[in-house]
Design a protein around this ligand. Sequence first.
Ligand code: UD1
Length: 436
Amino acid sequence: MKSNAILKGCVGVAVKKDAPRIVVQGGGRLAGELSVQGAKNSILPLLSATVLCQGESVLHNCPNLSDSDAACRILNCLGCKCVREANAVTVDSREVLNTDVPKDLMREMRSSIVFLGAILGRTKQCRLTFPGGCELGPRPIDLHVMALRKMGVNIEEEGGFLNCNAPKGIHGAYISLALPSVGATENIILAAVTAKGTTEIQNAAREPEIIDLAEFLNKCGAKISGAGTGTIVIEGVEKLGGAEHTVIADRIVAATYLCCAAITRGELILKNVDFRHISAILPVFEQMGCSIYTYNDNQIYINAAKQLHAPYKITTSAHPGFPTDAQPMFMALASTLKGTTVFVETIFDNRFRHAQELRQLGAKISVNDRVAVVEGVERLIGADLEATDLRGGAALVTAALFADKTSTITGISHIERGYDDIVGNLQKIGAKISSN
Ligand code: UD1
């Protein structure tokens, strides 16, 4: 067994003996019901959208995450007043005093680039750090920059900073995206809602979180149509007020808990989830041999057979395809299935880092560039593991639930970016899991 004090990871960071960790005693069958938290990938653009509102907004069903805390800190830094009470976050954006996002806060939240369009829309200028690379490989923002320039924004890069301004105002434009980038689509919408004239986005991202953003903005007075399709049209309006809105359920968290139930050959009722948002995922569970029932519009029941079969091939793609964010948890599950599963990752480079940690448990995974081949094994054995990214971390928790003996997972700050109390939720359905 590895020592927790050894050097780990490509950056060679020493893991301290007392580093926070999740401890899992695997091998038990999970059963019960859980309610799914609000979506991380919705709350971040929604919080940034409040910058555009000359009034007060209330967002309900806000998950308690380190990423949403960081977004609230950015809002406060800009001069908005952002307060959380239980799962509701109230943002008073009557006054936006600053146009710069401090470097430390930009770094804290990887998707902070989504503030760019909103700050520009409200103040016509913005200075923030270039987001740079991250654990999923380089995350370029060329599409964001190209689109904003078409809308009249001057953007200059200087010493790691993006200096942006639109002295003559922002105007509508026809923008055809080379890729249906989620972040670029969000930034264009945010910059376009109060721009002069009409903006049309072709090859827009179609994720449910884009629809959620458009619905909130329309409640605030925006005129956005076509969200959820490849063509989005935004008619600029003079100004936006605030609105009250409930964040949609997190489809990736839903997929995670379904994988946790399936890997323990257990059964689970998931509540507060829109099963249409995971329509590419549910058939994969059925192919494996799980029974899936959807009912009451917002509930899913899964029951896993004792012997599950490999689904052969999982290829990630933009929505409505199989989400790249669910790939790591499915890889954990595939490690325990009868047969071989091939994963093809088409969205990000470097999205198989969890494979190396899963191998520590005894998983048989070979990786070649963007293809991973997983040969199912009958047993995994607990080990000391380190999460190196958010969903990769969730994959380790998933696999540890199946593994005999005890696993410890460090690097849990990655997991806390996207899961609101994963430990407490898994305990509720019978997992022997704790954190310290
Ligand atoms: C969002 C999600 C993330 C999810 C991803 C893909 C949030 C906060 N994050 O990330 O969880 O994994 O969508 O579903 O919502 N690209 C470019 N140039 C750009 C922008 C993107 O080449 O200007 C490329 C990226 O490198 C990547 C692909 O497009 O290969 C998809 O990226 P994008 O859809 O922009 O993902 P994010 O918005 O960063």
